[in-house]
Ligand binder design. Sequence first.
Ligand code: G3P
Length: 218
Amino acid sequence: MKFFIDTANLDQIQQAKELGVLDGVTTNPSLMAKEGIKGDAAILAHYKKICQLVSGDVSAEVIGTDFATMVKEGKILADLAPNIVVKVPMTADGVKAICHFTSLGIRTNCTLIFSAGQAILAAKAGATYLSPFVGRLDDINWEGMQLIRDIADIYTIQGYETEILAASIRNSRHIVDAARSGADVVTCPLSAIMGLLDHPLTTMGLEKFLSDYNKSQA
Ligand code: G3P
């Protein structure tokens, strides 16, 4: 399973990169706004900075909601760097745009996925990645991870090549469950990645090893 970081924060991307396990980055308009980036020129410049920081795929989302605007924006985004993946919402115009981008060889990430039916449509359109939002389903008392399992089963049965990118990941437990559920990629905040390191027995065990070593030096 590939690890993407779900942020537009350059410091956090750098920290995940230094850990050595980072395969890519996902962003969305909310994450860009959180970084205080204002205006289209600044947004495009920020995507370029992210693409220079990481060699893996970087998802950059279109803002337009009609086919023509999505296509126009997607081409501008795809021209920024070879590792840009154009993120497109799951709407009728979005599916049309993904089909169009597929025919042009532009890679896509179909976002805002909340059902297996939507996942089938995105795969038929040729999306490179599919982003089911696990945490937001949990928020409304659905079992978000069940959607990952359902899509993984369907994609295996049908032989779809679209990669399942588990999104809206809120904690380290979600990462473990996504791996068990058949996700190809997980995109998560830095805190969830770093949380995988933690176990009290590891901390206690290390303290004991170091104290025993120090005793042997006395
Ligand atoms: O990038 C999309 C997704 O990961 C959003 O997560 O926490 O805002 O539901 P969240």
